[in-house]
Design a binder for this molecule. Sequence first.
Ligand code: MV4
Length: 501
Amino acid sequence: MFKRVLIANRGEIAVRVIRACRELGIETVAVYSDADRSALHVQYADHAYPIGPAPSSESYLVIEKILDVAQQSGADAIHPGYGFLSERAPFSRACSEAGITFIGPQPEAIEKMGDKVTARAIMQEANVPVVPGTDVLGDENEVIAAAEKIGFPVMFKASAGGGGKGMRLVEKKEDALSALRGVRSEAQSSFGDDRMYMEKFVEKPRHVEVQVLGDMHGNIIHLYERECSLQRRHQKVIEESPSTAINQDVREQMGKVAVEAAKAVNYVGAGTVEFLVDAQQNFYFLEMNTRIQVEHPITELVTGVDLVKAQIEIATGEPLAIQQPAVQQRGWAIECRIYAEDPARDFFPSPGKIQILRTPGGYGVRDDSGVYEGWEVPIHYDPMISKLCAYGRTRDEAIQRMLRALQEYTVEGIITNIPFHRWALTHPRFVSGDLDTGFIPQEYRGLPEEEDHLRHEIILVAAALAAYHKDKELAQSVSSPQGSPGNVSAWRATGWREGVR
Ligand code: MV4
């Protein structure tokens, strides 16, 4: 086992990794920028080293600085967390060359999955379903022909992109070439790589991803799925596990396919295989994230597997402690990302000093936080201050528990998106599981004007749940696959509508 691990990250994920290390008896080394001198992760670690100015380009992203601290502090491994250097193959390589274990996949796997055209080709070779599309686009005449063959609408995507960066939807032939030129030059300036490919556009897709773990002995398992369709501008806001998008058959199939995807690159470590799911539950490989993800706790809650501990054990060369038949999904978990941003002002960041902080607790509640009362949230980084998770035996129980936890959550001094979560969790479409990636743009028209009915939300959600469950019987008799308008009227009867606010 490692003696000392450096955590090349900040905020809640740095704290999360420190906790796993402590349970394993490993000493921890934090690094911090000028803006993070008194940050929570610095206080929790056994040792802490400054790495420069607040901008991450001059601190958390500087490979040499991180490696210097690793050498100085006598760390034998580095955990990169998510973001920052976590998916930089050169960093993984530089660690090995310095004789320090990178707690993550091999650089080759990071590279292959980081290049989306390469990843698509590897997946096709491995019989993993991908969205109908092309290889790297060449001549403009071929582009139009290929688009017509695939059928509009299509999406142009940058091979070096991912996570929503460098992509463009095109509805008709006339718009194709100017869109392609535009997104190509964006890709060139953002990634220094303008290779593009094309995919058929999947309408109203859901984003469902599968957690995988691979060890150095060729064992790869999956830990079922997370539903991440509730996003705003490609930023996830609420995630849950299991997903309401897929049935048990598709779930098992998707898990097997995710394992095949990971096997195709001899994957070692924790990874996530993202799929787009259409209304018929067809699923297509989208990309693979070669890191621990923000939303990993909901998988931990439903499977009982400590994913960060597993990452560390894998990096020491230990075989996986759990085999596929022992992995079971039990109960339901939901995560709300708590951001320091103002839902009334287009989610504009709201950094500042946290004057009062009371965080929720109790049965089935987990709050992975990176902040504390009296601390000033810096403007320089992602505004996420904590991840609030609720676990229940059923989805209904998890929703009600989350609403209870959100009610307990008190933050003063900065504005947070907690009221947004309370709105979303009481929305009939959320309650009935009728989500797709268009949910927020379609449904969110600002918060209810008065806090008043937020106080009644437990009753509101109970009414919506009752209506939904009644609907389900109804739905079976008419075989409607998704939430029906019936629960909306029941909802309205409880007073949640224009004018009754
Ligand atoms: C798509 C798509 C529809 N069809 N690809 C957005 C993030 C990036 N990982 C891929 N994305 C999408 N790719 C095809 N062929 C729709 C999206 C998409 C999306 C995907 C997942 C979650 C939220 C999304 C929001 C808008 C668009």
